[in-house]
Design a protein around this ligand. Structure first.
Ligand SMILES: [Zn+2]
Length: 396
């Protein structure tokens, strides 16, 4: 692999851009304003952005360097954040700077990554033409809401010809490259009992009691642990599961005739992804009074498959070499524990994908938590890593 040249990244300009992104509220479904801000900046930079409408969300913004028909390297980052949660002491949209940390909703997840990607994309556009490759920048909406933006780009052919994709989620910051991720499988158990007067429970079938037996049995499920893959907390990657919701009841003063349990299992690369058989026999072994239907929830967003991008792939090697070059330290290869847009890119398109970007580990990894912040020294390094990784993949 060739060593990369040094890209000119203006650290002050990049920090101002990140602050601007934080100051524009963009809670999922409300991405219109940030989307037009990003469109405006890319337009000003002369990289011919386009808007792609997304149902129920602000439009995605995409731009491209290089000629149509060449294979492409995709830089993908999301514009949206989760809601403002309780516990903020700083203004979540204030973009305040304190002790080298930029504070605000989305600072970590992932407006700083997005700003670094935008600036990297411009630097690549200004550098020599990338022979035989296209570079595509995508600012997407709705990531925190079932990945609607990236799904739309997949369906509308925006990934056509993609040979690699880098998502700017920086779990672990530049000390790690996320080259795999757990998936998620969502199921519902519909427990159907029989109503009777509450004073004569023997005449009915209590759906809530049977549902509670299912929950207790689920708690005893054996969950797999990987013997090699590490999570972004550097622990062995393991399956986990959670009961998400229970709702049930029936008529007034009556034995409850229905109860629904919603359940999710986080799956790991190389492990089980379809649990219908396992859940069915778990219920059978309980010999319940009530009838139970197990539904795979089946809508968009109800199945994210785990993925693993080969550590020997050109993409992973290019990212590792670039990070080592700019930080002086070889990053760990890790797997993300929660589903994200890279799951979709891998499962729908089989495109090699990784996540790299500014991020934090340990107590500072306040993803979806109040007082989210990021160490700003990472921003310029991340932008250079994006440029250098793309450059290595293009062989220039
Ligand atoms: Zn994110």
């Amino acid at each position: 692999m060739t060593s990369s040249k040094d890209f000119e990244i203006d650290a002050d300009e990049l920090l101002e851009l990140a602050k601007d992104l934080i100051r524009i509220p963009s809670i999922y479904t409300q991405e219109a304003e940030i989307s037009s801000y990003i469109y405006g900046r890319l337009d000003e930079w002369g990289v011919s952005p386009r808007r792609i409408p997304v149902e129920g969300h602000g439009p995605c913004v995409v731009a491209q360097i290089g000629d149509e028909g060449f294979p492409s390297i995709v830089l993908n980052g999301h514009m949206d954040t989760v809601e403002v949660m309780a516990g903020w002491e700083h203004d979540p949209f204030g973009a305040e700077l304190e002790d080298g940390r930029l504070i605000g909703l989305g600072a970590l997840d992932m407006k700083c990554g997005l700003a670094s990607m935008m600036v990297a994309f411009r630097a690549l556009a200004e550098a020599e033409p990338t022979k035989g490759h296209r570079i595509i920048f995508q600012a997407v909406s709705g990531e925190e809401d079932n990945g609607s933006g990236t799904r739309t780009l997949i369906q509308s052919g925006e990934f056509e010809g993609a040979e690699a994709a880098i998502v700017g989620e920086g779990f672990g910051g530049l000390s790690a490259v996320t080259h795999g991720r757990r998936g998620g499988a969502y199921y519902a158990f519909e427990v159907k009992g029989q109503s009777a007067h509450g004073a004569t429970p023997n005449l009915g079938k209590n759906a809530i009691v049977d549902a509670s037996k299912i929950i207790c049995a689920l708690e005893k499920s054996e969950l797999a642990v990987s013997n090699a893959l590490r999570s972004d907390a550097l622990e062995l990657l393991r399956e986990t599961q959670t009961v998400l919701r229970i709702a049930g009841g029936g008529s007034s003063l009556s034995v409850p005739e229905r109860c629904t349990i919603e359940f999710m299992r986080c799956t790991i690369p190389g492990g089980r992804t379809d649990l219908r058989g396992e859940l069915k026999s778990l219920v059978q072994e309980l010999s319940l009074e009530c009838e139970v239907d197990i539904r795979f929830k089946g809508g968009p967003g109800d199945l994210y498959l785990p993925y693993l991008t080969n550590p020997e792939s050109a993409l992973v090697r290019a990212a590792v070499a670039s990070i080592t070059e700019y930080t002086g330290k070889e990053p760990a290869l890790v797997c993300g524990v929660s589903e994200a847009d890279d799951n979709l890119i891998s499962q729908e398109l089989s495109v090699p994908v990784i996540c790299v970007g500014p991020g934090e580990l340990g107590e500072m990894a306040r993803y979806h938590r109040p007082e989210e912040s990021i160490g700003v020294s990472q921003l310029t390094a991340a932008a250079k890593v994006y440029c250098s990784t793309v450059n290595r993949l293009c062989g220039t």
